[in-house]
Design a protein around this ligand. Structure first.
Ligand SMILES: NC(=O)c1ccc[n+]([C@@H]2O[C@H](COP(=O)([O-])OP(=O)(O)OC[C@H]3O[C@@H](n4cnc5c(N)ncnc54)[C@H](OP(=O)(O)O)[C@@H]3O)[C@@H](O)[C@H]2O)c1
Length: 347
């Protein structure tokens, strides 16, 4: 079978298409014939050794094991290991965190994953949606469920009466956050940087899109939410700290899932006065309970048609063949708008 591998970290040129033996599902594992692999910033960052390698080695660009990139994917179970319950050969599944604590990502025709990371795709939910759920929707789920007053779980009505601010509403995580928040009943405000991105965010379901590069975005948000926003899903707290402080409600919560640098100065007195909660979010370390809650709620939202992808719902798709995985990584690193998918079986 064909797989993309890298044996030393670096630029996308380290990615090579190879023929490999198909591995078998061990106890507690399933083997998935991958149809679509989803690409996220974490995939190129890990390949470039900007974040820790999966199993050690390689951070110095030298002695990495053969690693198959990409955390997310969707496909069909074709082998079930001992002790696995609830999955059978032929089940359509979405796969998340395939490359976490593993070298076996989804940029290959057949991936062996821990069974709980392969989740049945509801009838009618496409592989494109399935391959877009993992990192973006699971991160968004965590970000929307860390408010001190809950909810801990998302479902229709769980965010009724709440106002959510999603900064970066045309991003992949922002898109999923808008969709999940709308599905759960929130009023959703988002910030974007252009009219074109405003259209994407409103197509995703945002009630209001504010251009954060123009005028006084904090005043515009305050006008929409005079009592402040309850939950902020934030893509760049280093740059947004002032805006967020100006619009977050007293006892509101801010979920910080990305960084444009490493250091930040936070005016403590102002934030203390808000009694606000700053919650950092990193999908890799949220813990099993949060992951399992995310899996159930994200799957339910997908089944309800609330997590669609593509032009009509504000997340344009850019597709690559498996052989062009390096170009897919470059597209994500270059900030392509929307979702980058790799057609694994069709390429
Ligand atoms: N912590 C985690 O577990 C986790 C999970 C997933 C992703 N991430 C990280 O989150 C980041 C985004 O991921 P993604 O897949 O959503 O990327 P993406 O699709 O490229 O989206 C990023 C979006 O953020 C917008 N943006 C940047 N700075 C902004 C600001 N100050 N205010 C408002 N919007 C801003 C960008 O548009 P404009 O620049 O035009 O505004 C873009 O639309 C990446 O750094 C990724 O590594 C972290």
């Amino acid at each position: 079978m064909r797989a993309i591998v890298y044996t030393s970290t670096g630029g996308s040129e380290v990615l090579n298409l190879v023929e490999r033996e198909e591995a078998h599902a061990g106890p507690g594992q399933v083997r998935v014939r991958i149809h679509v692999s989803g690409v996220n910033p974490t995939d190129w960052k890990r390949r470039a050794a900007q974040t820790a390698p999966a199993t050690g080695g390689g951070a110095d660009g030298s002695d990495a094991p053969a690693i198959v990139p990409n955390q997310d994917g969707a496909g069909v179970v074709d082998e079930v290991g001992d002790g696995v319950e609830g999955l059978a050969v032929g089940d359509r599944v979405w796969v998340f965190l395939a490359q976490h604590e593993s070298d076996d990502g989804t940029a290959q025709e057949v991936a062996v994953v821990e069974a709980w990371k392969a989740v049945k795709l509801p009838d009618g939910v496409s592989f494109d949606v399935g391959a877009s759920l993992g990192v973006p929707a699971m991160t968004a789920h965590r970000a929307l469920t860390v408010h001190e007053d809950g909810p801990r779980r998302l479902a229709p009505g769980s965010l009724d009466g709440r106002t959510v601010l999603v900064t970066g509403g045309a991003g992949a995580v922002g898109h999923a956050a808008i969709q999940l928040a709308r599905w759960a009943g929130a009023t959703v405000i988002t910030t974007i940087s252009s009219d074109a991105k405003a259209a994407l965010a409103t197509d995703a379901g945002a009630h209001f899109a504010i251009d954060y590069t123009q005028g006084d975005p904090a005043a515009a948000i305050r006008e929409l939410a005079p009592d402040g926003v309850d939950i902020v899903v934030d893509v760049d707290f280093i740059r947004n700290v002032g805006l967020v402080a100006a619009v977050v409600a007293t006892r509101g919560s801010v979920a910080i899932y990305a960084n444009s640098g490493s250091d930040i100065r936070i005016p403590i007195r102002e934030w203390m006065g808000l009694n606000a909660r700053l919650q950092f979010v990193l999908l890799y370390t949220v813990g099993d309970e949060a992951l399992r809650a995310g899996v159930e709620d994200v799957t339910a939202a997908a089944a309800a048609g609330a997590l669609e992808v593509g032009d009509a719902t504000g997340l344009p798709l850019t597709r690559f063949s498996l052989a062009d995985t390096a170009a897919a990584h470059d597209a994500v690193e270059g900030g392509v708008v929307g979702k980058v998918l790799i057609d694994v079986t069709a390429s």
